[in-house]
Design a protein around this ligand. Structure first.
Ligand code: XMP
Length: 325
């Protein structure tokens, strides 16, 4: 609309003035904030922007391909797609402590990003999708007001050892404004209204030690759950995906006995988690229809070889957290 059009013109002018003819690098995660920042900066300075997308091996099904399709093919942005799966899996091998895993993933991400930045010596700016609530939150963290339950890792939250100037065009915006801006800039609605996904990705949804084999199983189970949520309408005609704030599958490294045909199985367990919340500080478990849960369970057990049991998480936050690690 008119107001958003005006806002975009002003933001574009500001970015051009700040950056001049210099080059900018952006860590693109596929999440809402970095995507919208990328689209806005690209509109302002085109090929002076290079995006780096790091595939940690801990992303959801087809996520890498979708990011390449949207940003490179559809929007025509310069994009470096780094497949760092091996590196992340090696670094995580043998580690089962949640905080240690988070630290490893954060550290490896910074290393990979620094390597890529090193290949772009002309870049003088580091763009980040920092939004207003992040600014407030990190101010709280500095004064010690925020107590750490989990060490959050955000893709794009990089140390200043890169010696780049920060470009943060979304610093003044709230989440809903960022979403509106994203739609106005031509990003797919589906991407702009996607549930949040944690920086450490499936690394905190595979309990205990992370293995590539577990990540593959979890990706398939999670994709089935999300597909059914998107395709099932709730009371007022909205999909259950839109009626929940966050939904995902969790891999439990536990085997249980089952029966398939006339044979015994002994396979892994997957938990489904779906919550409703305003601010993610407190949350209720979503009362999904039993038919929907039944369909998801049947599909996962029939379609994902290696999983023979599906359970539903009925814990609120607090005392549980939204993610299991
Ligand atoms: P918890 O599990 O603490 O999660 O109830 C609250 C919200 O934060 C997300 N989350 C993260 N987001 N980096 C992120 O960017 C992280 O390390 C991280 N850990 C949790 C979680 O998905 C939920 O939306």
């Amino acid at each position: 609309d008119w107001v958003m059009g005006n806002y975009i013109d002003e933001a574009v002018a500001r970015i051009r003035e700040q950056v001049g003819d210099q080059e900018v690098i952006l860590g693109l995660s596929g999440g809402v904030d970095s995507s919208v920042a990328g689209a806005l900066i690209h509109k302002a300075i085109g090929d002076q922007l290079t995006c780096v997308f790091v595939d940690t091996g801990l992303l959801r099904l087809n996520e890498g391909a979708q990011v390449v399709e949207t940003f490179q093919a559809h929007m025509g942005m310069k994009l470096i797609h780094v497949d760092a799966t091996r590196r992340f899996m090696d670094a995580l091998a043998g580690e089962s402590d949640p905080e240690a895993k988070r630290k490893i993933i954060g550290r490896e991400f910074v290393h990979v990003f620094q390597e890529e930045a090193g290949r772009l010596p002309r870049a003088k700016w580091l763009a980040q999708g920092t939004i207003y609530p992040d600014v407030i939150e990190s101010a709280g963290a500095k004064t010690g007001k925020a107590k750490t339950i989990k060490s959050h890792h955000n893709v794009g939250g990089l140390p200043d050892t890169l010696h780049l100037q920060l470009l943060e065009p979304l610093r003044e915006l709230f989440k809903d404004e960022v979403r509106e801006l994203g739609v106005a800039l031509g990003l797919p609605r589906e991407m702009v209204y996607r549930h949040p996904f944690p920086g450490p990705g499936l690394g905190v949804r595979i309990l205990g030690e992370v293995k590539a084999e577990y990540a593959d199983l979890l990706r398939q189970a999670d994709a089935i759950f999300i597909e059914e949520l998107r395709n099932t309408k709730g009371p007022d005609g909205h999909s259950w995906y839109d009626l929940t704030s966050q939904a995902f599958a969790v891999f439990l490294p536990v085997k249980s006995v089952g029966v398939m045909g006339d044979g015994r199985t002994y396979e892994w367990v997957v938990a489904l988690r779906a919550v409703q919340t305003q601010d993610f500080m407190t949350a209720h478990w979503a009362h999904l229809p039993h038919e929907l849960l039944g369909r998801v369970s049947n599909r996962i057990i029939n379609e994902v070889r290696g999983i023979n049991r599906v359970v539903y998480d009925v814990s609120g936050k607090p005392p549980a957290t939204i993610e299991w690690e």
